[in-house]
Ligand binder design. Structure first.
Ligand code: FA5
Length: 348
């Protein structure tokens, strides 16, 4: 067979192999086989030296054309195979936008935080600032600056977790009063603040007591503040949180840092005043303590009690949440049972 026929045959054979290469690796192998140094095309061209000189240009031209045809066919096949790969990938990754989505469960603030947010909104609207204080406190701010020197019998009212003799887990949010009063520049205007946060006591847990619970402290110091201002503020608060559903009563009480002092009770939601185990058969649930700031407390914070005075209160949002939602055991708020907590969805 002459070179001419050999070249034609190689072309046919190669084009056949190329069109049957069904993936890129195979195609590459075919290319190396045919066009490589040890391939048939090189082999045929080596035979050129044995043909008459006059025929060489023709055979040379043919061999170039055959090589070009083969190269072209390889490139064409390569782009076909690449296109097929891309199409398969796109088909595999196709997203059916008509499929129903998987619902993502959405979190929400804890019910007690919702109550605190509600209280903050109300007081911010009345021009109060919201101030945070430390949960690990000193004896000085938790007690001494609040007119409770060491060995004062009223310290027993709040059984406290001590870390050292001087450092403790705060048993109330009232230390934030002392800290804020001390820093406040009264020449710039009155002090109106609330301070929400967690407090700790060695209380035995029961339906209305937890050893760790929340309080929101409130304090107003200015000239000419009266008990009437305190009463009006507490009534506004009760109306905002409970509407007209419950009765609120103020009864005289005692706190070393206020004089006179009161406690506010709200009708027990469980028995509506008849008496039950939740309210310890009194018909009332105590929700806050309050009073007119004691002159000693003002003095210790560097405020002149002859010029300034005011009221303070400390309320329990956990108890507010019990009343608002009819929850008969405070411990439910701390079990972190999602089925319980999702009942208080803001949307619901
Ligand atoms: C105080 O802690 C005072 N600091 C409040 C105060 C502030 C009075 C400013 C005057 C001026 P008391 O111990 O009564 O007071 O607690 C206040 C409120 O916290 C209670 O009315 C109650 O709602 C809540 N509370 C008290 N102990 C617990 C407890 N163990 N679990 C849940 N809530 C509690």
């Amino acid at each position: 067979m002459g070179l001419h026929e050999q070249l034609e045959e190689l072309k046919e054979k190669s084009l056949h192999e190329i069109s049957h290469a069904d993936h890129l690796k195979k195609l590459d192998a075919v290319r190396v086989n045919i066009l490589g140094k040890k391939g048939p095309l090189t082999e045929i061209l080596r035979g050129m030296k044995d043909i008459p000189k006059a025929d060489r240009p023709k055979v040379g031209e043919l061999s170039n054309r055959v090589r070009d045809n083969i190269t072209e066919a390889i490139e064409k096949r390569r782009s076909e195979l690449e296109k097929a790969i891309t199409e398969k990938k796109l088909a595999d990754e196709e997203i059916d936008v008509t499929l129903p989505g998987k619902p993502v469960s959405q979190g929400q603030p804890h019910v007690i935080q919702q109550i605190i947010d509600n209280i903050e909104d109300l007081f911010l609207g009345m021009g109060y600032q919201v101030i945070q204080g430390p949960e690990v406190e000193t004896d000085k701010y938790n007690f001494e600056m609040l007119n409770l020197p060491k060995d004062h019998p009223a310290r027993d009212m709040q059984d406290t977790f001590y870390i050292t003799d001087e450092i403790l887990m705060r048993s109330q949010t009232s230390p934030v009063q002392a800290r804020t009063m001390e820093k406040h520049d009264f020449s710039k205007g009155p002090l109106k603040m609330i301070s929400p946060g967690v407090v700790y006591r060695r209380d035995t847990d029961d339906a209305t007591h937890s050893h760790q619970f929340h309080q929101v402290e409130g304090l107003v110091i200015d000239k000419h503040i009266t008990m009437g201002d305190l009463k009006g503020t507490l009534e506004t608060l009760a109306k905002e949180l409970f509407g007209d559903r419950f009765e609120v009563r103020l009864r005289p009480s005692y706190f070393p840092f206020t004089e006179p002092s009161v406690e506010a009770d709200v009708t027990c939601f469980n028995c509506m005043g008849k008496g039950c185990s939740v309210c310890k058969h009194t018909g009332w649930i105590e929700v806050l303590g309050a009073g007119m700031v004691h002159p000693n407390v003002l003095k210790m914070a560097g405020v002149d009690p002859e010029v300034y005075g005011g009221f303070a209160f400390g309320l329990g949002p956990d108890r507010f949440a019990m009343l608002r939602y009819g929850v008969d055991d405070i411990r439910n708020f701390y079990l972190n049972d999602v089925r319980f907590l999702t009942q208080f969805s803001k949307k619901g």
